[in-house]
Write a protein that binds this ligand. Structure first.
Ligand SMILES: [Zn+2]
Length: 336
């Protein structure tokens, strides 16, 4: 198909290897993310949407025009994980297309626990995160700021879709007439999944790794999982066994050098682990340690991500027998 039109002209819409890739913009440091559209055996399928802002909706409308289909051609909406740049305008797209929104079962549960509250938002959200934040010595002032920011800045960008249909790992879905396996990778978001087709050698890698920047492995405190760094290392091993697929990331251009990028990612975390080893002299909490590990700016989400990764490093060292975790219920510490 030869695409022409404004979006194509500006590189916002392109066709690659049988997929339409739409570059959406967003008000975060990553600035933009990829969403995908392809014809399947049962109508058209969408992978991820973009934050729910007027510009995103406008880009979707124009993209469908340039491709030459209507919203009613979309029969499946797959969301790789419940973050604003991925789920985003799913509620709106679901209404326009009258199509189900699919997410991993675990991610639907997590979204209901931490993101989609029906009662008073601030109170429900505080209840969901406060205990864990206290346990890790995350300051009360930051908890208050997180509640404010989550309510005012973040949740408006991804309203809850009316209908979310659960997917399970190992299940296959059809994209462009080929079967793609759903591979859960519980880092970055507990219920994130990748899509893999061995025959085509195509991998949709969501936010496991980005083409152009580092992506955090923890979504703390919005997680029910522990020892996430260990999960990350296991997933890296598994993905190394895929050889050299063509990779379509959630952020940045598609790439072919996955093994090299995975090695770089692993090295980065091994170096940080060394730093954690040096910094833990006697006993430490996550809240005490993370400001020493990360260069922070005045942005609460950076604090929570840094705290989450720090918890991941400490739990990994506990798991490896190098540190000892002590959980006193209201306070978690790690010591030599
Ligand atoms: Zn993302």
């Amino acid at each position: 198909m030869i695409l022409k039109g404004e979006l194509t002209h500006h590189g916002i819409l392109r066709e690659e290897a049988g997929y339409f890739i739409i570059r959406q913009s967003m008000p975060y440091p990553l600035a933009e993310n990829n969403v995908f559209l392809t014809e399947s055996s049962e109508g058209w399928s969408v992978i991820d949407i973009g934050v729910d802002l007027p510009r995103t909706r406008e880009v979707w409308e124009k993209a469908l025009q340039e491709i030459g289909i209507s919203f009613r051609h979309i029969n499946q909406i797959y969301i790789t994980h419940c973050h604003p740049d991925h789920l985003g305008a799913a509620r709106w797209l679901q209404q326009m297309a009258e199509a189900p929104v699919f997410m991993l079962e675990e991610e639907i549960r997590r979204a209901n626990d931490f993101m989609f509250f029906t009662a008073d938002f601030a109170e429900s959200y505080r209840k969901a995160i406060e205990t864990e934040c206290r346990r890790q010595s995350f300051s009360d002032a930051l908890v208050d700021e997180l509640i404010r920011s989550w309510r005012d800045d973040v949740t408006p960008l991804f309203p809850r879709p009316e209908l979310m249909v659960p997917l399970v790992g190992g299940q296959t879905i059809d994209l462009r007439g080929e079967k793609f396996e759903i591979i859960p990778t519980p880092v970055h978001a507990d219920g994130q999944f990748l899509l893999w087709n061995e025959k085509l050698n195509h991998l949709f890698i969501a936010d496991f790794i980005a083409a152009n920047s580092y992506i955090h492995f923890s979504d703390w405190p919005h997680t029910r999982r522990s020892n996430l760094l260990s999960s990350l290392f296991e997933d890296i091993e598994r993905l190394l066994s895929f050889g050299e697929p063509r990779v379509f990331p959630g952020h940045g251009e598609s790439f072919n050098d996955l093994p090299r990028r995975l090695q770089v990612l692993r090295q980065r975390h091994l170096r940080r682990l060394d730093k954690v080893r040096q910094l833990v002299r006697s006993e430490v909490t996550v809240g005490e340690l993370y400001p020493q590990l990360y260069e922070l700016v005045d942005y609460v989400h950076l604090d929570r991500i840094a705290a989450g990764e720090t918890l991941g490093y400490l739990e990994y060292l506990d798991y490896m027998g190098e540190l000892q975790k002590s959980d006193q219920g209201d306070r978690v510490t790690f010591r030599r």
